[in-house]
Design a protein around this ligand. Structure first.
Ligand code: NAG
Ligand code: NAG
Ligand code: NAG
Ligand code: NAG
Length: 693
């Protein structure tokens, strides 16, 4: 009997389950009326969900509920600083930190501080019509200030630190912010532009030691420390002034690829819908989960993630991108990074960070060489094959063996307990997704969404291990494709319908702050009253109801002879060349060919030059040499052929650049996506020269 069960019944069950998995429909067609298009909904819900909790309609209520249900659980944790020293490497000095254990506060205590902070704001004279800006790195006080503002129905304006001074002035000015809550470092930046900030009256500094230069500001700012606001509130408690679901919770400034940033108005209903929907896709998210917070809170992904963890009784430990692992730049050698200290179970990531982890691991394995590299390679290939199909291939003794022998050490880089990774902000490469699946033995769910849709639109299911797709619509959204004839995409295309992605549901935000025109351009309300946002992204629907992003409207250019070039598609293919660190393809409708700006990969180019015996004094000189251009071009042509690009899609001429594009240069976004307009502006002359010669 036992042998019978093992021999026949179990394989049969596995086979049945596997087939049912393969056929699993994750998104289902839905009739949304209106214009010609095809629409999908999540398979679990028939209509978009708006709240996961009975009677909870705002973020303030959601947080209060969690504090009542989990008063004694730990909520916020921050590491103490043991020492900080400057280390000099090659004449440049770097700050190295020795950080201690996490110090935690419970839900009950956080709720007290939040309430006190809210009362303190009122005592400082803040009235609810006035907006508050939070301008700081991700930290405990950010979360507390956010919740404190929610309890006073004060709209919070968020700004990315990397957007630059002009954007900062613009957003504070446009929203007429009266109170700015910031860290000491950010306060210095504010002092610098104080002459242009006409509405700001009060500044709350998260650090107790307020920078001395701040007191010299002649504009009558009141500067109060965070602890003093809290103390004021304790001494002068006032009742909460709670918001309604339709009140604006956050105005989030996002870096558009063109012009000044736009403020997206999100209501409590919007964010709550996304938080509720994301909760349904993280398996068994509960009060035992520990989350490592380090992405900017001014990014909707992080804002949703922290609110989500705090709604289920989970713990949030703070870190930073520069102190994440034991080998991170700012961590003193021999001391622990945030992940090893915290041992999180859940993380949110942007692809750039995962790519870095992956490259780091491969580099280490290659450097070690010998037997351990062989073992790693064998294990990796075995697991890759096993995963190619379903989770079932991923189970079993062999997997346990490889995890124990090889991947345990990789998993330990992030603390060893990661069970779920949320990834968003940009498309994740299939290779990196597989790397995380295999080495961390954790599902990684790729999300797709925009600030305008509160991050939520689509999210892959944890049991879907296919790569390159973003899953079915979130339970809070409908996703519709509409024809885009100019780009040659139609919902009648076979084998899959293709078109512009349009997102509808309670998660779709109110629009852009003080920008009727842009709002009307991108947001539509249909005859059934559903709000839709036109994303400008081109996608296609797979048979199982999952979405794949294939293009962007803005990135398609028609050449002189009428051929369409998809800039993003070509760039993605050419990035495969070892010489390319970054690339921007440029197509001009008045010419019949494309050109490209190529940021070269230093090690690859230097390696090639030394092999060829080419002498050069610095890299920019090497980039200018004719033979270098020829070599890189040949390598691009090779990649283009591999990807079966058309001849007109291959850049005919190149400009090689030796300086990398970083967010600080303003040429790429914080998520490291290239910003076409700034790049075109910065290299305007080079581009015209490429076409002229
Ligand atoms: C919250 O504040 C907004 C704007 O200041 C106001 O219009 C709204 O009525 C307030 N909500 C409540 C419930 O008082
Ligand atoms: C700020 O807004 C005022 C009007 O509200 C405008 O006159 C001024 O030019 C703006 N300043 C900046 C830096 O945008
Ligand atoms: C995975 O499966 C696909 C088709 O199902 C195949 O084309 C691919 O080569 C496979 N990859 C590996 C590593 O087995
Ligand atoms: C703010 C907003 O967009 N609200 C809409 C959310 O979705 C429901 C139903 O889909 C609409 O009735 C609301 O108007």
């Amino acid at each position: 009997m036992n042998a019978y069960i093992i021999g026949i019944v179990i394989p049969l069950i596995v086979l049945l389950l596997r087939n049912s998995k393969n056929r699993k429909r994750r998104g289902l067609p839905v009739d949304v009326g209106g214009d010609h298009g095809v629409a999908l909904r999540n398979h679990r819900f028939t209509s978009p969900m708006s709240s996961a909790w009975e009677g909870v309609t705002t973020l303030a209520e959601m947080f209060e509920r969690a504090c009542k249900v989990h008063p004694d659980k730990l909520l916020l944790g921050t590491r103490g600083l043991i020492s900080s020293e400057m280390e000099v490497v090659n004449g440049r000095s770097f700050e190295k930190l020795h950080l201690g254990e996490y110090k935690w506060i419970t839900y009950r205590k956080v709720f007290e501080v939040v309430t006190a902070f809210g009362s303190g704001l009122a005592k400082l004279g803040h009235v609810r019509e006035e907006r508050v800006a939070i301008f700081a790195e991700t930290r405990e006080e950010w979360f507390i200030a956010l919740q404190g503002c929610f309890r006073r129905n004060a709209t919070v304006v968020t700004i990315y630190a990397s957007l630059g001074e002009e954007a900062l002035c613009h957003s504070l000015n446009e929203t007429e912010v009266v109170t700015v809550i910031c860290g000491g470092k950010e306060l210095r930046a504010l002092v610098h532009i104080s002459g242009q900030l006409h509405s700001v009256k009060s500044v709350i500094c998260m650090d107790d030691d307020i920078p001395p230069e701040a007191s010299s500001v002649q504009h009558g700012w009141t500067i109060t420390s965070f602890t003093d606001v809290e103390r004021l509130g304790r001494e002068n408690p006032v009742d909460a002034d709670l918001p309604l679901p339709g009140d604006v919770a956050v105005i989030m400034y996002t870096s558009g690829s063109t012009g000044l940033p736009k403020g997206v108005m999100m209501t409590h209903r919007n964010v709550l819908a996304t938080v509720s929907a994301v909760m349904t896709i993280v398996p068994n998210l509960a009060d035992k989960d520990v989350y490592l917070a380090y992405l900017p809170m001014a990014h909707i992904l992080e804002l949703v993630a922290e609110n989500l963890i705090a709604s289920v009784g989970g713990a949030i430990g703070y870190g930073s991108p520069l102190t994440l692992t034991d080998t991170s730049n700012k961590i003193k050698k021999g001391t622990k990074g945030d992940a090893t200290e915290l041992m999180p179970t859940v993380m949110a990531c942007v692809p750039a960070i995962l790519d870095r982890v992956r490259d780091g691991v491969f580099k280490k394995v290659n450097a070690k060489g010998g037997l351990s590299k062989k073992l790693f390679d064998i294990a990796y290939v075995r697991r890759l094959h096993a995963m190619n199909g379903s989770w079932f291939g991923a189970w079993g003794l062999e997997k346990a063996l490889w995890n124990f022998l090889v991947f345990r050490k990789v998993k330990a880089i992030l603390g060893g307990r990661i069970r779920f990774i949320l990834c968003g902000g940009a498309p994740l490469s299939g290779d990196t997704q597989r790397f995380i699946n295999i080495c961390l033995d954790a599902p990684i769910c790729q999300g797709y969404g925009l600030t305008e849709t509160c991050a939520g639109a689509a999210f892959s299911d944890f049991d879907d291990i296919s790569v390159g797709r973003v899953g079915p619509p979130l339970p809070c959204s409908y996703i519709k494709l509409i024809d885009w004839p100019e780009g040659g995409y139609s919902v009648n295309d076979s084998p899959m319908p293709r078109g512009e992605i349009v997102i509808g549901g309670p998660n779709v935000t109110l629009g852009y702050f003080k920008n009727e025109e842009k709002t009307r351009e991108s947001y539509k309300v249909d005859e059934r009253g559903t709000r839709w946002f036109c994303t400008g992204d081109i996608g296609r629907f797979h048979a199982d109801g999952c979405i794949e992003i294939i293009d962007r409207k803005k990135d398609i250019v028609k050449l002189q002879h009428g051929e369409y070039v998809s800039l993003g598609k070509v760039e993605a293919a050419l990035l495969g060349s070892p010489f390319v660190d970054n690339i921007m393809l440029h197509a001009d409708p008045f010419h019949s060919y494309c050109v490209a700006l190529v940021v070269v990969s230093h090690p690859a180019l230097e390696g090639w030059a030394s092999k060829q015996g080419i002498a050069y004094s610095d890299l920019s000189e090497l980039c200018g040499k004719e033979e270098t251009g020829k070599e890189v071009h040949a390598s691009l042509v090779k990649e283009a052929k591999k990807a079966r690009l058309e001849k007109f899609e291959i850049p005919a001429k190149l400009k090689l650049l030796s300086d990398p594009w970083t967010p600080e240069t303003g040429l790429v976004t914080a998520a490291l996506k290239i910003k076409r307009d700034p790049i075109r502006k910065a290299f305007h002359e080079d581009l015209s020269k490429l076409y002229a010669s």
